[in-house]
Every structure is written in C-alpha cells, then in structure tokens.
Design a protein around this ligand. Structure first.
Ligand code: MLT
Length: 337
C-alpha cells in the first residue's frame, strides 16, 4: 500500500498559539468533510459546545462543513503541518497516511455500532491513536459513528455482487475498498469525497457507498434511487488535531480537549442509535428511494470481499493485528495467508 508522505510543519495554527504559556481566548478552525446534518457535523458541534462550556468561552470553534477547507485527505496534511486546528473525516481517508488504521476498513470486520464502540473505546482505539500520531502527525480526539456503508446507485436494484456488472461505482481513494469491489467483479472509480456529488449528478459514476445518515445529509437522494442494505464497512469518522498543536497546549488544556472529545464521542454514538432508523424511513417515504435486501443473507458479498484480507496483513501490521481485533469482538482468528 502506498503511504502518503507528510510535509514538515511550516506554519503554526491557532491552537499552537492559544495555550503556550498563558491561556488566552482563541478561535480554532474545524474542517468537516460532510454537509451539516450528518454525524461529522454533530460530533463537531458537540465538541465545540463542550469546549466552550469547559473553558468558559475561551475557546471558540468555527465549523467549516462541506469540505470548504479542502478534501478530507488534504486536511490531514494541513493539521499535521499546523495550518489547520481540527478536522473530522472518514477513517478510510486516514488509511493512506497510516496504513495500520486499515484494519478498521477491512470488509466485514466491524459489523455494527456495538463492534465499533468496543474497538474505538478500547485498546484497539488507543493503538490507532498512537499509530496516527506516529505515522501522520495527527491525534484522534473523538469518533463519529455513522453506521454501515450502504451501496446506492441510480440505475437498478442490486442484490448480489453479480448485479454490479455494468455499473460505475465511486469509492474513496482507499486500496482496501478498491480491492473489495474488485473481489465483487467490478473496477470501481476512486474519487475524492468532495467530488462525489457532482460525479453522481453528472452521471460520471452510477453509485457509491456511505451510511444512511450521510446519504441523507449529502442529499444523495436527489441523484440516487436504490440502496442495498449491505454492511461491508462500518463508517467511523475521527476528530483529529495536529500533534504539534496538541503538544503546545498546557497539560490542563490537553485534558480538557481529551474530555471534550470523549463527551462528543458518546453523544455521537447516542445520536446514531436514535436517528438512523428515522432517516432510513425518510429516504424511502419522503425521497422515494428503494431499499434492496442483499440476496442469500449477504453470503456472496461476505465470502468474496473477505477473501482479500490476507493481501492486507502486511500493511495493517501483520495478521496478528487483525486477530487481536477479531478476538476483542469475540470472533475466530483470520485465515492464514
Ligand atoms: C468517503 O466516502 O470518502 C467518506 O466516507 C465520506 C465521508 O467523509 O463521510
């Protein structure tokens, strides 16, 4: 797997300046890849409120949704260089910078919100935080839980991988996700998230996958008709801060930032559980989308996609890393190479 090179820090962010020796009022900028109304925005808004409350208004966080501050992958570079304070982005867009995070996007590893919570809030989540600091120069402060990624398309009901034939599907620039579609017999089109709506609208691609909440927030129902209720990847969206900026904070402020991230994470989990079903109903009843159930209890999807696991053992740090994750989830070890 290709690892993106990071450029050395050249500029100092507001967070770096805010809490060196003396705490003073500051405004931090937070990039958000999705539109307002999604789980990323909900996490960001809650984090901002928590920071406001916990610092008596000293830290004001401005949210910039809809990729206004650049593509999700660009915001990692910018946070690590110290020219952006905070970003919320999908985990699949961190993997190119910190390949071990890929264990979270291997198909059918995380099978629902409980799995996602257990991993992110346990030892695996701690290790992900250490690895992204080491590899990408950014610290994970919190997690948005967005739900299973559902395949949507504008052309026809898709129940089996063979139904994908003839469809052009957009995927993030993530080698594991590209390989998953290849295992299902199609060559997907890797495209930045910020370009996805336009590509769907103009018919450059026929489909994509993302959770119900994201499909709704991004108004994909305007350009997509069918949703397949499969769950090959659970969408996790970390809130990150440049490690240089974090280290420039006083110890008290570091604790405040960490605790605000934990509170926002808990809110995100509750938000998913209380809102996803209603959003799914709205996509059908108000926006006329059709939900298709995967054939044979998703068996072909699962068998074909999980056959790619061994190809990624090296990039995620060894088969034992996946086995640790599976064991934490109470499942059998992964197959040998
Ligand atoms: C992607 O598909 O690139 C991301 O999952 C989108 C997102 O950030 O919600």
């Amino acid at each position: 797997m290709r690892t993106h090179k990071l450029v050395l820090p050249v500029v100092v962010s507001a967070a770096c300046l805010a809490f060196g020796a003396n705490a003073m009022a500051a405004t931090w900028k937070m990039a958000i890849g999705d539109a307002a109304g999604g789980t990323q925005y909900e996490l960001g808004k809650t984090f901002a409120e928590e920071m406001d409350k916990r610092t008596n208004g000293k830290i004001d966080i401005n949210l910039f949704p809809n990729g206004q501050l650049g593509s999700e992958q660009d915001t990692i570079n910018n946070a690590s260089m110290g020219i952006l304070d905070l970003s919320i982005l999908a985990i699949n867009n961190i993997t190119p910078f910190s390949p071990s995070v890929g264990v979270m996007t291997l198909p059918y590893v995380i099978q629902g919100p409980e799995d996602a919570k257990l991993l992110t809030q346990g030892d695996v989540g701690k290790q992900m935080t250490e690895n992204t600091i080491r590899d990408a120069g950014v610290r994970i402060l919190g997690w948005a839980y967005s739900g299973c990624r559902r395949l949507s398309n504008s052309a026809k009901p898709v129940a089996s991988p063979s139904d994908l034939k003839g469809l052009v599907i957009r995927v993030p620039k993530n080698e594991i996700m590209i390989a998953s579609y290849q295992a299902w017999g199609v060559n997907p089109s890797p495209l930045a998230w910020s370009e996805t709506f336009t590509a769907l609208q103009q018919g450059v691609v026929d489909g994509q996958d993302n959770p119900y909440i994201t499909i709704d927030a991004m108004k994909f129902y305007e350009v997509q008709k069918y949703i397949t209720e499969s769950c090959y990847v659970f969408s996790l969206e970390p809130l990150i801060m440049g490690e240089g900026a974090f280290q420039s904070l006083t110890p008290e402020m570091q604790t405040t930032v960490i605790e605000a991230g934990q509170a926002a994470t808990q809110h995100s989990y509750d938000y998913l559980l209380t809102s996803e079903e209603g959003i799914k109903t709205r996509l059908v009843e108000e926006h006329g989308m059709t939900i298709v159930q995967p054939a044979n209890d998703e068996r072909e999807w699962i068998e074909q996609a999980t056959s790619i696991w061994p190809r990624f053992y090296d990039s995620i740090g060894g088969k034992e890393k996946l086995d640790d994750v599976l064991s934490a989830l109470g499942r059998e070890p992964a197959p040998a190479k």
